[in-house]
Design a binder for this molecule. Structure first.
Ligand code: PGA
Length: 249
């Protein structure tokens, strides 16, 4: 049995004082959660958030990281910097990074290897654009993105990563993949993992992301392949995020 994992992706939202208020409201609301609960926040919020979540069941995540240990990479953050800031998870290869910041499958792979080496749990994002789905490329594309991202990891390491299937056309648009569409594509991703890493495929947790909210989370989470959610917009309000965390209520 895979433990479900619900992670918030705050993106470029919440100053440290706003972050403190949001996560303070969240702590009591999710204290009884049966799933793993993560908030991925801007790096400037790490200190405020980690102080509030100390001793609670909420874990801290980052939204990106560089693959080098240190050096002349102005504006970037290393795995060691994240670790020392209390970060345990890191989103890698989010479609917004791919679309606006030149992220490629090859750099997602470098980041994944560096994150795992440092003891961080990557949340690796894959997913197709609208035109790719319409052209019938979804399965080939998510298979390719997944296998490139994981390349160089052992099966044991793969078993512990988190993958987020996020159809690009569903992110921030209010359009959600149907429960069946999401389940089917996540099943394709799991079989891609199985083709190279065998039984690790049964352990790896694969989330759905893309306009997941208090209304649609129950149906999505009832699907057998879907192990959690990566939540953007609905993670910015404590009540909404808490309702997603309690998807089975
Ligand atoms: P959304 O974002 O829930 O606002 O669609 C999800 C994501 O980008 O991770």
């Amino acid at each position: 049995m895979r433990t479900p994992i619900i992670a918030g992706n705050w993106k470029m939202n919440k100053t440290p004082s706003e972050a403190k208020a949001l996560v303070s409201a969240l702590v009591p609301l999710v204290a009884d959660a049966k799933c793993d609960v993560v908030v991925c926040t801007p790096a400037v919020d790490f200190a405020a958030v980690s102080e509030v979540i100390k001793g609670t069941n909420i874990k801290l995540g980052a939204e990106n990281m560089h693959w080098k240990e240190s050096g002349a990479f102005t504006g970037e953050l290393s795995a060691a910097m994240l670790k020392e800031s209390g970060v345990e998870y890191v989103i890698l290869g989010h479609s917004e990074r791919r679309q606006y910041f030149g992220e490629t499958d090859a750099t997602v792979n470098l980041r994944t290897l560096a994150a795992v080496k440092a003891g961080l749990t990557p949340i690796i994002c894959v997913g197709e654009k609208k035109e790719e789905r319409e052209a019938g490329y979804t399965n080939a594309l998510v298979t390719y993105q997944t296998l490139i991202a994981l390349s160089g990891l052992t099966a044991e390491q793969v078993a512990k990563v988190v993958i987020a299937y996020e159809p690009v056309w569903a992110i921030g648009t209010g359009l959600t993949a149907t429960d069946e569409q999401a389940n089917e594509t996540i099943g394709v991703i799991r079989e891609a993992v199985r083709s190279v890493y065998g039984d690790a495929a049964d352990e790896v947790r694969i989330q759905y992301g893309g306009s997941m909210n208090p209304k649609n989370c129950k149906g999505l989470m009832a699907q057998p392949e879907i192990d959690g959610g990566l939540i953007g917009g609905a993670s910015l309000k404590a009540e909404d995020f808490s309702k997603v965390v309690h998807f089975d209520a």
